[in-house]
Design a protein around this ligand. Structure first.
Ligand code: CA
Length: 509
């Protein structure tokens, strides 16, 4: 009988070996690396996988082919700061006045340091956390002094590492900051920044338009000239620290890739907020003329390159299989946005928001419906599209679900777990029933219905309520408010309830 026992032992050992091999090969679904790539001002029609023909985005198309495109996905707001706040905190920014509007380059930090954020949550799950790119959420307690270490900032809201543009590419100061300090700052050439009176004696676009070698301002954007482009806000000093606009995508992408390389041994979370394709659109010469949509299209090609570099470093270190990559945008597309760069008169036929009505800043779909691509090999089906309503405000609750962390009631009050949508489970059931979209005014969704409440513009008379059936009328061409007054009342009451309750995600019982 002994040989039988031995055979049995061999069999058991073989099965155990097979089980351990398969466990080793199976990525840990509860602790994938997570990369969120937040593009700037990329609209619903800007990528070739979303139907663009005048600009090609092969890397993003590949990402979409290996993952899912969510075609009813929304940023929380139609402009930068409130979307970024909502993405990181899971709270609609309109609930938190400091993050409601577009911040200047000297605004204090708009995220309370005691609020739960995506990076704080992931640190609890032992992730290394980093932000690279555009911040635009304020820095410091009061007006920041760019000659010192500025706190609180990204570190105080959960990022171990930060390499950021403090505000935006078109706002001063035109310098990068790494872990709270300006990069390459010469202490003998201190930086001054002002959004009120002029500081220093450097030329401005307003006073010295002949010094603008490119991109004359079309609206504002006429303060201090840096690299031949005038900006919003004044600055002086910090000459050695100033970025070169054409190198910005290279500079930021290099930092994003470095972060991945440095943290490849343990779970990491990278929030890569690109400058492309925000103004000033100033792509590197190697991308110029690479689209049929002028500088804006060339900046999209540059963005696609950046995404490709991140995908390549994941492949290089065999991290692709265990990395969840989400690509999305902070608001819808816009053509003329402060500089005469040719986009406003573009005749290529490119529709930055596809069939959608409205642009960046708008309460129409063109303001907040954006590309949302998810690649998570072995988890998210490849090459599919999803109609499930999702928003970047949902990332906090979703990452909590992935890492099996319980989200306290006060955290992410507007963040819903969309993991079932990422896994394409229960496709018939929505992950969220309602959604608000902060344009002008605040719009609300319930299922296929969307209400844009009456609004009084800065000039002119009050515009009446608009009601759309987005299933039948995605371009929002047919206002049904007069035909369906009871639906207008229902959604008006819903919006009021969402405002009053302070949350939309139900509290735990
Ligand atoms: Ca933006």
């Amino acid at each position: 009988m002994r040989w039988r026992t031995n055979l049995w032992l061999v069999e058991v050992c073989f099965l155990a070996l097979m089980a351990s091999t398969s466990a080793m090969a199976e990525p840990d679904r509860t602790r994938p690396n997570i990369i969120v790539i937040l593009a700037d001002d990329i609209g619903y029609g800007d990528l070739s996988c979303h139907g663009a023909t005048k600009v090609k985005t092969p890397n993003l198309d590949k990402l979409a082919g290996q993952g899912m495109r969510y075609v009813d996905a929304h940023c929380a707001a139609a402009v930068c700061t409130p979307t970024r706040y909502s993405l990181l905190t899971g709270q609609y920014a309109w609930r938190h006045p400091p993050a409601r509007g577009i911040l200047s380059g000297v605004a204090p930090l708009a995220i309370p340091t005691d609020r739960m954020t995506v990076p704080k949550l992931l640190k609890q799950a032992d992730y290394a956390t980093g932000v690279v790119g555009k911040w635009h959420l304020g820095l410091g307690d009061v007006k920041p002094d760019f000659n010192t270490e500025i706190k609180p900032g990204p570190r105080e809201v959960g990022f171990d590492y930060s390499f950021i543009i403090p505000a935006t590419g078109d706002r001063t100061p035109c310098v990068y900051m790494e872990n709270g300090r300006v990069v390459n700052l010469d202490p003998k050439d201190p930086i001054q920044v002002s959004y009120g009176a002029k500081v220093g004696d450097e030329p401005t676009g307003r006073e010295n338009p002949k010094l603008l070698f490119n991109q004359k301002p079309s609206n504002g954007h006429d303060a201090t000239i840096v690299n031949g482009i005038s900006r919003i806000g004044f600055m002086s000093g910090g000459k050695a620290a100033r970025w070169k606009d054409e190198d910005m995508a290279d500079d930021l992408t290099k930092q994003a890739v470095n972060f991945v390389e440095k943290h490849k041994e343990k779970p990491f979370f990278l929030y890569f907020a690109t400058h492309d394709v925000h103004v000033p659109r100033f792509p590197h010469p190697r991308f110029r003329g690479k689209s049929e949509h002028g500088l804006r299209g060339d900046a999209i090609v540059e963005l696609d390159w950046s995404v490709g570099e991140v995908m390549a470093v994941l492949d290089k270190h065999k991290l692709t299989e265990n990395t969840l990559v989400i690509f999305t945008s902070d608001n819808g597309g816009v053509m003329n946005d402060g500089y005469f760069d040719g986009s406003g008169t573009d005749k290529s036929g490119h529709q930055c928001n596809g069939v959608l009505r409205g642009f960046k800043g708008s309460a129409y779909e063109g303001g907040t419906r954006i590309p949302f691509i998810v690649r998570w090999p072995g988890q998210t089906p490849a090459g599919k599209t999803s109609n499930t309503l999702v928003s970047s405000v949902d990332l906090l609750a979703t990452f909590a679900a992935i890492t099996r962390k319980k989200l306290p009631d006060e955290a992410g009050p507007d963040s819903f777990d969309i993991l079932p949508a990422l896994l394409a489970e229960r496709p018939e059931k929505p992950c969220r029933e309602t959604l608000t979209m902060q344009g002008n005014p605040l719009a609300v969704r319930q299922g296929k219905w969307k209400l844009i409440p009456p609004v009084t513009p800065m000039k002119g008379k009050t515009l009446p309520a608009e009601l759309y059936d987005l299933e039948a009328d995605l371009p929002e061409a047919n206002n049904l408010a007069d035909k369906q007054p009871e639906k207008v009342t229902e959604l008006t009451n819903l919006l009021e309830e969402l405002r009053k309750s302070g949350r939309s995600r139900p509290a735990a019982k």
